[in-house]
Design a protein around this ligand. Structure first.
Ligand SMILES: [Zn+2]
Length: 774
């Protein structure tokens, strides 16, 4: 039923334009009644969006959009593909019928404004006069933020029906691409759990399973690695062809601070983001808060909580679009709660009990429920649409300017010189990682060429025919962000005080993460040929791929599946390494050697693991190792393993204050113990690990344990991101192989499979699982 909509969206829209024109001509006096034909969400859902304790199924959501598509000439729904678990992933294009009938024409205008190389001399002004403001709304990526699945229904209905001058202006000036859920699977995972637990003590709690099969809440940390299908649909079908001027990303935050956050963001700003976009984000966000507060909304916070750093969360800011993140206060899923004023507290950057410039009107406290959430989210989105449509021309002007300066003088902004290019030699130890790097960059619209003469970068020379990324290209700044090392600013709460926590991680250097040699070229840009055609995503392979010779288990706790578990499964599935998912019940059942050769315990707080696994499970794990099994413990899970199996290893960072040591997501250089078989598969040119609040080890019995990787004995291990207190790491082990009986416990003081991105350290996982029997 969805394919029908994806095959002929333009022609059905066109047919509707004609039909609606006929209706208007013949029954003009009755035109006021026409909106009555637009179905209400309640007519499909059976309840009003925002009704207490009611959530829709994904089928109901898509049914409503299909009904709108049928009834309204302003709405055209397309299916972009099937989600990870097989549900339809949809987008609704919303605009004036005449615009919908000419989408290819407006897309061409948009492309020409984006890239000055595509337009003829003198064409610019006409394109700006004719073009539309393209707004992408992405909602409900985080499935427990349940208002996000209802608000799109309300918005779509309003856009389909409204006849006010401001609605007319929005429809006339904008093309809205509304993605009602960036994670349709999660709508049902959370909704089914909610309906099942209604009226029980569990009511209002999220499900124990990840609400995205592989990534859970991390599904919005995928906007440069593109590991997940859902990310790819939005990037491939919406971002890449359109590069919208605005992304409205609808989220929810905690319950006990402001009622809604709207940008400006807090510092820091990723320095490769075009300052026009930072200023545009600040300007539009401020206009939205102004409008909401004028309309009587309270508890509106700006310049709070959320920063503008990691490209993992902000595709648009790296691709010519402002990103308006809104974060509305949560209730208990669709169950309301009481939040008295005296239980409100400080958020980051403001205090919900005090009036400040960025929190100008207090929310008085009281009942808060799904209806309030939908009301705030709808008002914010409406303010965004109205305020941006008002200045369509200004938005298109600045959009064109960004395109021009991406190809103009270097540096396009700032005071520091930019490299003219990055060279990626084709002779690399890990050809799959090389292919992944090229694929990943191309997928983010980066143009890759081949050099036509040898190039010198640093003290090395690279042959003609090497891959090269020129800085002077439409998304050269984005490529630079991913290829260079990050210098995260040293931010503290106050002088001499604790570090100011970043909203997410601080490093995103793909050459280090993937383990690929890349060199920055200073001076003149190297001679390069035409753009290399998009290459295929590599088929990842290890010796364990498609082999059942090693029996692998991946452990999760029943009560709460960790995101690291999801990412671990993703990496194993991507490499087609078979595994069984097990829980504490399987451990407690014992006789593990009869079932498995290796058990992987992904990153999870050690207390959670200890509580779930208990003494019996710990004893069974110990017996498994004694009997020849291997246990792999990632990051904090290693602390559980040390404790549960009394291993001769100590975490030297335990109890260390964050003023003395802090690294919230950085890349550290390590030294490799070449005599360890576990390190034999490492090929990365710069051995390094992804460190995120993890441990570092001292070995207390050198006869029983060996360091596989160690931090340098002196100097600073930091390669990219942020590190306070580098001396704490000096000489400490990053990865330890503990021999016990006939088996091994392998402790990783880092995440070797970090968000599916750290190809450089994947071999450390495969080696510890062991080679398939010959
Ligand atoms: Zn969220």
């Amino acid at each position: 039923m969805f394919a029908r909509h994806s095959t002929h969206p333009i022609s059905t829209a066109l047919a509707r334009v004609v039909a609606s024109a006929l209706v208007l001509c013949s029954t003009a006096p009755l035109a006021a009644q026409a909106p009555a034909e637009i179905p209400t969400p309640a007519s499909v859902l059976g309840f009003e969006p925002g009704a207490d304790r009611k959530l829709p199924t994904w089928k109901q959501v898509t049914d409503y959009f299909m009904a709108l598509d049928k009834a309204s000439p302003r709405v055209s729904v397309r299916t972009l593909g099937k989600t990870t678990l097989g549900r339809p992933f949809i987008v609704a294009f919303i605009s004036d019928p005449a615009t919908l009938a000419s989408l290819p024409r407006f897309q061409e205008i948009q492309r020409k404004l984006m890239d000055p190389r595509l337009r003829a001399a003198g064409e610019r002004d006409r394109l700006i006069a004719d073009g539309k403001l393209v707004v992408l709304i992405t909602s409900s990526i985080h499935s427990t933020e349940v208002g996000g699945i209802l608000t799109p229904l309300v918005l779509a209905e309003r856009l389909a029906k409204a006849e006010t001058p401001e609605a007319r202006q929005v429809l006339a000036n904008s093309i809205i691409m509304l993605v009602p859920s960036q994670n349709p699977d999660g709508v049902d995972i959370v909704g089914d759990h909610y309906r099942k637990t209604l009226g029980t003590p569990e009511e209002g709690n999220g499900p124990p399973d990840l609400y995205h099969h592989y990534t859970g809440h991390d599904n919005n940390r995928d906007w440069y690695a593109f590991t997940q299908l859902e990310t790819r649909y939005t990037v491939d079908s919406l971002y890449t062809p359109w590069d919208p001027q605005i992304n409205n990303d609808i989220h929810q935050q905690g319950s006990n601070a402001g009622r809604i956050f709207i940008p400006p963001y807090m510092d820091p700003v990723e320095p490769n983001i075009d300052p026009i976009l930072t200023a545009g984000t600040n300007s539009l966000g401020s206009a939205m808060s102004w409008r909401m507060i004028s309309d009587g909304f309270t508890g509106v916070a700006t310049n709070a909580s959320y920063d503008q750093w990691s490209p993992a969360r902000q595709y648009s800011l790296n691709h010519r679009g402002v990103r308006i993140l809104t974060e509305t206060a949560s209730a208990r899923l669709a169950t309301s709660m009481d939040m008295p004023f005296d239980r409100l507290g400080p958020g980051r950057g403001y205090d919900a009990r005090e009036v400040t410039w960025n929190y100008p009107v207090l929310w008085p406290g009281g009942k808060w429920g799904i209806g309030d959430i939908v009301k705030y989210q709808t008002a914010a989105s409406w303010a965004l649409l109205v305020e941006s449509a008002r200045d369509r021309q200004g938005w298109l002007e600045s959009y064109a300017q960004m395109g021009e300066r991406a190809l103009g003088a270097s540096p396009p902004w700032g005071k520091d010189a930019w490299p003219s290019a990055f060279v990626i030699p084709k002779a690399q130890a890990d050809t799959q990682a090389l292919q992944r790097l090229v694929w990943t960059l191309q997928h983010g619209q980066v143009e890759i060429r081949e050099t036509t003469a040898p190039v010198t970068a640093g003290d090395k020379s690279y042959p003609a025919g090497s891959y090269v990324v020129l800085s002077k290209q439409p998304f050269g700044a984005y490529a630079k962000a991913l290829l260079e090392r990050q210098h995260y600013p040293d931010l503290h709460e106050y002088p001499g005080g604790p570090p100011k926590r970043p909203y997410d991680v601080t490093a995103h250097t793909l050459p280090l993460l993937f383990g690929v040699e890349v060199a920055a070229v200073a001076g003149d840009a190297p001679a390069a040929g035409s753009i290399v055609k998009p290459i295929a995503e590599p088929k990842f392979t290890t010796a364990l791929s498609d082999a059942r010779a090693r029996r692998v288990a991946i452990f999760r706790t029943t009560a709460n599946e960790s995101m690291d578990d999801g990412w671990t499964r993703w990496v194993f599935d991507k490499y087609r390494v078979p595994f069984t998912q097990i829980t504490e019940k399987d451990l407690a059942a014992g006789s593990l050697n009869g079932k498995f050769d290796a058990i992987v315990i992904p990153d999870q707080p050690p207390q959670q693991l200890a509580r779930a696994i208990g003494d019996a499970g710990s004893a069974a794990l110990g017996a498994f190792v004694e009997g020849g099994g291997n246990v792999l413990a990632f990051n904090d899970a290693s602390l559980f393993a040390i404790d549960a199996m009394k291993l001769p290893v100590k975490n030297v960072l335990e109890g260390v204050k964050n003023t003395d040591f802090y690294a919230p997501g950085s890349i550290f250089g390590v030294e490799v113990n070449k005599s360890s078989p576990l390190a034999a598969g490492l090929t990365t040119p710069v051995p390094s690990v992804w460190f995120e609040d993890g441990p570092a080890f001292d070995i207390t019995d050198p006869a029983a344990a060996t360091a596989v990787l160690s931090y340098p004995a002196s100097g600073n291990a930091l390669l990219s991101g942020w590190l306070l207190g580098p001396q704490k790491l000096n000489g400490k082990a990053a990865m330890v192989d503990v021999k016990r009986g006939r088996g091994h416990v392998v402790l990783y003081g880092f995440r070797p499979q970090y968000r599916g991105q750290s190809n450089a350290t994947f071999p450390l996982i495969w080696a510890a699982i062991g080679k398939p029997a010959a």
